[in-house]
Design a protein around this ligand. Structure first.
Ligand code: FMN
Length: 157
């Protein structure tokens, strides 16, 4: 099984999770930053994992455009999707359905809620201010390694 992990990140969390998935998959895999490679060639892959992070309720536009543009090709492959986010798991399905077509989500073999991180050192002034205001008094999020394990297991099962 050959897998392409196509991700978008703002401050590195989704990138870290993509590298972790790639390390854990038993077959061959390639990690692609969609902001650097906007039209990856999917023809050599039987499986595609799409990953992104949430900012003000939305995934990076490069990722939603990639899924929209390649929907028919993607539907013929084994699919997985994951999100990095600061909010709790109760928001996960809503974020998925607001950001991806139902046709795509219905075909995903595994859907990963991976938690998130606040990487303040990689954010600009405005983002930092927004994040501080929105997260005041709330616990800091973290990546949930057990959810990445389960995601990979479900994906390969
Ligand atoms: C400006 C900003 C807005 C954010 N908005 C949301 C949000 O609406 N919902 C959420 O769950 N997390 C939100 N987050 C948290 C990020 O999803 C979290 O920090 C994630 O780990 C970022 O992943 P990345 O480094 O791959 O971009 C926001 C973070 C920032 C900096």
């Amino acid at each position: 099984m050959k897998t392409a992990i196509i991700y978008a990140t703002r401050s590195g969390t989704a990138e870290k999770c993509s590298a972790k998935i790639s390390e854990m998959l038993s077959g061959e895999s390639t990690v692609v930053n969609i902001k650097k490679v906007s039209s990856p060639d999917l023809s050599g892959y039987d499986s595609v994992i799409v990953g992104a992070s949430i900012r003000i309720g939305k995934v990076q536009k490069e990722i939603s455009e990639f899924v929209q543009k390649n929907l028919e090709t993607l539907k013929a492959k084994r699919l997985g999707v994951f999100l990095c986010m600061g909010a709790g798991e109760e928001n996960f399905n809503e974020y998925l359905s607001q950001n991806f077509p139902k046709e795509f989500l219905d075909k995903c073999k595994s859907k990963g809620f991976f938690g998130g991180e606040f990487n303040l050192e990689r954010l600009g002034f405005l983002s930092k201010m927004m994040l501080k205001a929105a997260s005041k008094g709330k616990p800091q999020p973290h990546i949930i390694p057990g959810n990445i394990d389960r995601f990979v297991k479900d994906f390969e099962d």
